[in-house]
Write a protein that binds this ligand. Structure first.
Ligand SMILES: Cc1cc2nc3c(=O)[nH]c(=O)nc-3n(C[C@H](O)[C@H](O)[C@H](O)COP(=O)(O)OP(=O)(O)OC[C@H]3O[C@@H](n4cnc5c(N)ncnc54)[C@H](O)[C@@H]3O)c2cc1C
Length: 166
């Protein structure tokens, strides 16, 4: 393979180009020529400003500094999305809300908690996000987005603030 062309210069196109360039190596080292074609007439969707926490590993692979990337794109990390009242039609008087977490469910010593959650009684078990991730607590505490002055994340969440001195 000597040449790859990617059509479309939105999020998917640019990430694919950067990923392939890194994975297949530079041209001087025998890697393919990678060309990205952007349309001057059709714009990007470009409305997203919050990346998944898993974006960290993509940036690491690409060799892009996380803090530099976040500041340059005025972006942040989303911890999840709260969906309010999607389950029932309006006017039924019943409310429903759930959080879709953006971090894979908690793993400990190679074991996922998900099968254990599935075995529990659906009428009484905790909501999925609450049972198998810490994301919903973070969202409820409004600690989700990364602040502009914060450095690279060491994990999917920002570290707790150090206690203030009296
Ligand atoms: C309201 C809303 C909020 C969102 N919020 C977030 C968020 O917070 N976080 C997040 O990660 N994602 C978010 N998204 C999703 C995210 O914005 C999109 O998934 C992402 O931008 C899609 O990227 P794309 O590369 O597939 O498409 P696009 O960014 O649309 O890029 C498509 C590219 O293809 C080009 N193209 C099209 N046709 C041709 C052609 N015939 N020839 C050549 N080029 C062509 C266009 O010019 C463009 O450059 C949101 C989406 C919406 C609608």
């Amino acid at each position: 393979m000597r040449s790859i062309m990617i059509i479309g210069g939105g999020t998917a196109g640019w990430l694919a180009a950067a990923f392939l360039a890194r994975a297949l190596g530079p041209r001087e080292a025998g890697g393919p020529r990678i060309t990205l074609l952007e349309s001057p007439e059709i714009g990007t969707i470009g409305v997203g400003e919050g990346a998944f926490p898993t974006m960290r590993s993509t940036l690491q692979f690409l060799g892009i500094d996380e803090t530099h990337f976040i500041r340059s794109t005025a972006a942040t990390f989303k911890q999840g999305i709260r969906f309010d009242d999607w389950l029932r039609a309006p006017g039924t008087g019943k409310r429903h809300s759930y959080i879709h977490p953006f971090e894979p469910p908690f793993y400990a010593e190679g074991l996922s908690l998900v099968p254990y959650w599935l075995q529990q009684d659906p009428r009484t078990r905790l909501p999925f996000a609450e049972a198998v991730t810490i994301q919903s607590r973070v969202v409820q505490a409004q600690l989700g987005p990364k602040g502009p002055g914060e450095g690279d994340f060491a994990g999917p969440l920002r570290p707790p603030k150090p206690p203030s001195r009296a």
